[in-house]
Design a binder for this molecule. Structure first.
Ligand code: NAD
Length: 500
């Protein structure tokens, strides 16, 4: 990759299989949240760059080698890509740690897992079958085929850029589409580094293009582009609404993976030590900056005090510090606006009368680097479900603890919210586990575990947490359109003035 090392790494856009400067001739800084310094320069793409990228993706979809490739060959390329990502896992993980402040331990795990998306969808590429249908009319042979849509726009947020990119790129390419990716302006570097690895697998030029820049400039233009056939978006609810409006205007396919305020529900018959770990992993892993954060702890009142004691002990031991240190457990907020947002919600919680039992402000020790974006793991008890800290996504290490009496009340509180991304249930009672799984309004329910995802299992939100699914075999149809082919074998031509 042609990067010039000045004081900072200067990236370029990746369009039509080549590195290229942005038309604007402008770059903006990307910051290392731990070191508190700008480390990279990200190209400020604009509408013309979007045009170039979509044209390259459209040309790759309609001409050249890509449309001629059989599904098996597409699958081979994807599997090769999986191997290349595995080979480069450590360097990609380190870019993400530097750009995003994510923990190296988390990123090494993610990067070693991401190849599975390319293997899985690569394997699926030649197993997407149509049908021969038993038509109720004589003299007709009818069959169906699934065809790609065209250019897919993949828009990702800052919290897990490469994982969420893989969730989109792998199924889009397995089905023969081409992609224009738009990473978050806060964390663009890893997607650009991925583009270089991508082409080492042997994909024809233009199959994947990356345009970086600001959401309202690049993202908005990309989703409005008439040659974009499908939008795959992960991000906030507010942006999701704008994207859905754009999709409606263009009558485009659209999947939205949005926010959450997931309940982690602990019953009195749970193995409490396991549940404590599950609750901590739900809210403090990834500094709580995850859509599936278990940010509402619903705690059965009979075990409230005992559980809180154990929870506080573990939460207090969480090691904040340098994200590139394998022993660090909680890193910084990724961006200054996110840091401010988290602190604002801590203030709101105090004003609402919730009881602060842990943390509650910025963390400023020497272990917190120079960035100054660390926030103490924070827990509020005495929260009621009507409070803003129980209803609104904070996207940070802030846990709201809400008491409940029985199953009925747990279900009522858990579902009394606009979101429905995920839920956790901690119980040893199988009847209770099944009942809760049945009644919780969430796209994912974890029982006696939390924060688990797989390429084989569908992921997506109920209610305002999203539309459509990612992962699993079924979702592949989100990237395809079905064609029904009728072939007449009749020897007599029927009356042309009636419906056949
Ligand atoms: P965001 O909505 O601000 O940005 C997401 C992407 O959209 C970025 O690439 C951004 O540049 C782009 N964008 C911004 N404005 C745009 C516009 N007007 N038109 C088109 N694109 C635009 O989200 P974020 O702050 O980067 O990420 C955090 C949010 O993402 C949280 O709400 C979180 O819950 C959600 N999220 C959801 C999932 C999920 O799978 N459900 C996963 C991770 C994050």
């Amino acid at each position: 990759m042609e990067t010039r090392v000045l004081e900072k790494t200067r990236y370029q856009l990746h369009i039509g299989g080549e590195w290229t400067d942005p038309i604007s001739g402008e770059w903006f800084d990307s910051h290392n949240p731990y070191a508190g310094e700008a480390w990279a320069e990200v190209p400020r793409g604009n509408a013309e760059d979007v045009d170039r990228a979509v044209e390259a993706a459209h040309a790759a979809f309609t001409q050249g080698d890509w449309p001629k490739l059989r599904p098996t060959a597409r699958g081979s390329l994807l599997r090769k890509l999986g191997d290349l990502v595995a080979d480069n896992a450590e360097s990609l993980a380190r870019i993400e740690v530097r750009d995003n402040g994510k923990l190296i331990a988390e990123m090494l795990g993610q990067l070693r897992y991401i190849p599975q998306w390319f293997y899985y969808y690569g394997g699926l590429a030649d197993k997407i079958e149509g049908s021969v249908l038993p038509i109720d009319k004589p003299g007709v042979f009818n069959y169906t085929v699934h065809e790609p849509l065209g250019v897919c726009a993949a828009l990702t947020p800052w919290n897990s850029p490469l994982l969420l990119l893989a969730w989109k790129v792998a199924p889009a390419l397995a089905t023969g589409n081409t992609v224009v990716a738009k990473p978050s302006e806060f964390t663009s570097a890893s997607t650009l580094a991925f583009a270089e690895i991508f082409y080492q697998a042997g994909f024809p030029p233009g199959v994947l293009n990356v345009v970086t820049g600001y959401g309202p400039e690049v993202g908005a233009t990309l989703v409005e582009h008439p040659e974009v056939a499908k939008i795959a978006f992960t991000g906030s609810e507010t942006t999701g609404q704008k994207i859905y409006e754009a999709a409606a205007r263009g009558l485009k396919r659209c999947t939205l993976e949005l926010g959450g305020k997931s309940p982690n529900i602990v019953f009195d018959d749970a193995i409490l030590d396991d549940a404590v770990k599950g609750v901590v992993s739900g809210i403090f892993a990834a500094t709580g900056q995850t859509c599936i954060a278990g940010s509402r702890l619903l705690l059965q009142e009979s075990i409230h005090d005992e559980f809180m004691e154990k929870l506080l002990e573990l939460a207090r031991s969480a090691r904040m510090g340098d994200p590139s240190d394998l022993n660090t457990q909680v890193g910084p907020a990724t961006t200054p606006p996110q840091y401010e947002k988290i602190l604002k919600y801590i203030d709101i919680a105090k004003e609402e009368g919730a009881k602060l039992v842990l943390g509650g402000g910025p963390a400023t020790g020497p272990e917190c680097g120079k960035g100054g974006w660390f926030i103490q793991p924070t827990i509020f008890t005495g929260v009621t479900n009507g409070m803003r800290i129980a209803q609104e996504e904070i996207f940070g290490p802030v846990l709201s603890v809400i008491k409940f009496k029985d199953e009925e009340e747990a279900v009522e509180i858990a579902n009394d919210i606009v979101y429905g991304l995920a839920a956790g249930v901690w119980t040893q009672n199988i009847r209770r586990a099944l009942l809760m799984a049945d009644r919780l309004q969430a796209g994912t329910v974890w029982v006696n575990t939390y924060r688990a995802v797989s390429f084989t299992s569908p992921f997506g939100g109920y209610k305002r947490s999203g539309i459509g699914k990612e992962n699993g075999a079924e979702m592949i149809k989100e990237y395809m359109q079905e064609k029904s082919v009728w072939i007449s074998t009749a020897t007599e031509v029927p009356n042309p003035f009636v419906l056949r």
